[in-house]
Design a protein around this ligand. Structure first.
Ligand code: ADP
Ligand code: MG
Length: 294
């Protein structure tokens, strides 16, 4: 393989909006047999919207959305953008929190108006924050998840105050992209931190049968390593901070151009458009470029 020819490959890639970290990356595309796909922002648009809001007894919508949106203000997650936008659209104040910590794949905690506010996965609030949700909260979460959506529990002063259900849509070209992966001999796997209801709804729309839901960022990394131990050569496609470790561990890490800096830094290839068809193009182009040189 001559370096010049390899650079032609990477040059053609950049015309297509595919940034390849270096010529050595092309070698990795040859033996790939599995493509692991993150859900939110990778298979889906990542433009989430608020579809329902449930208040615990005695709570007010303005206070819930003010505190939830202020807590989410510093988060890069699509869920955060949906909550901030919906609060602003309704005319509620969104303020910078006094302090803020993002827990990748779980939720956020922040101090707002002197109160500790926690928003995230319902089970995380129970196991890590020692809360016991009321039947009404548990039911609102279950209902959202049955609808194929993501339910966020918002809590302060030690108890859940409401549930926000958010959802997004599958990218237009996702189903065709999965078909192309299969034509390239690649087995698709959907891997997400989101709940099983949301994961299965997306999987059904794109025709993927291997679905792994409720997986933490560490679990995403472990999944990649397990597939590799089982003899697979694995490409991982993702966009979030929660995907960074898995992207770095995969034989080929592919980030969406719309993704976070952490994902792009960890990846071998960045697909600027975020279109999954271009991910297939990137794999085909790399394979073809390498064949030309050999
Ligand atoms: P995905 O794999 O779909 O990108 P993540 O690993 O980022 O999902 O998140 C998993 C789950 O953690 C989300 O479905 C949500 O319940 C919760 N979560 C993550 N980030 C946030 C956030 N900023 N606010 C609230 N909940 C969050
Ligand atoms: Mg994502």
């Amino acid at each position: 393989a001559t370096p010049t020819a390899l650079l032609v490959g990477t040059g053609r890639g950049s015309q297509l909006g595919i940034l390849i970290r270096g010529p050595q990356v092309l070698e990795q595309t040859q033996r790939i047999d599995t493509v692991v796909l993150d859900k939110t922002g990778t298979v889906t648009t990542g433009r989430m919207t608020l579809s329902s809001l449930t208040l615990a007894d005695g709570q007010a919508e303005d206070e819930l959305l003010h505190l939830a949106a202020s807590a989410e203000l510093g988060s890069e997650h699509p869920i955060a953008r949906a909550i901030v936008d919906s609060a602003r659209t309704r005319g509620f104040d969104v303020d910078s929190p006094e302090s803020f910590i993002a827990h990748s794949g779980q939720g956020v905690q922040a101090i707002i108006d002197g109160r500790l506010v926690v928003a995230g996965r319902g089970s995380w609030l129970e196991t890590e924050w020692g809360m016991n949700h009321t039947p009404a909260v548990t039911e609102a979460v279950a209902l959202g998840e049955r609808q194929g959506k993501t339910a966020i529990v918002v809590a302060w002063d030690g108890a859940a105050r409401g549930v926000l259900v958010v959802g997004d849509t599958v990218k237009d070209t996702a189903r065709d992209a999965i078909d192309r992966f299969q034509q390239l001999g690649l087995t698709p796997v959907l891997l997400t931190g989101d709940n099983a209801g949301a994961a299965k709804a997306v999987a059904a729309q794109i025709g993927v049968t291997d679905v792994r839901a409720g997986v933490t960022p560490q679990g995403k990394l472990d999944t990649i390593r397990q597939l590799q131990e089982d003899g697979h050569v694995v490409a991982m496609v993702g966009d979030g901070v929660n995907d960074a470790a898995a992207l770095a561990a995969a034989d080929l890490g592919i980030a969406m151009g719309s993704g976070t800096d952490a994902a792009i830094t960890a990846a071998d290839i960045t697909v600027m458009s975020g279109d999954l068809i271009a991910v297939g193009d990137a794999i085909r182009l790399s394979r073809r470029t390498l064949r030309t040189i050999k």
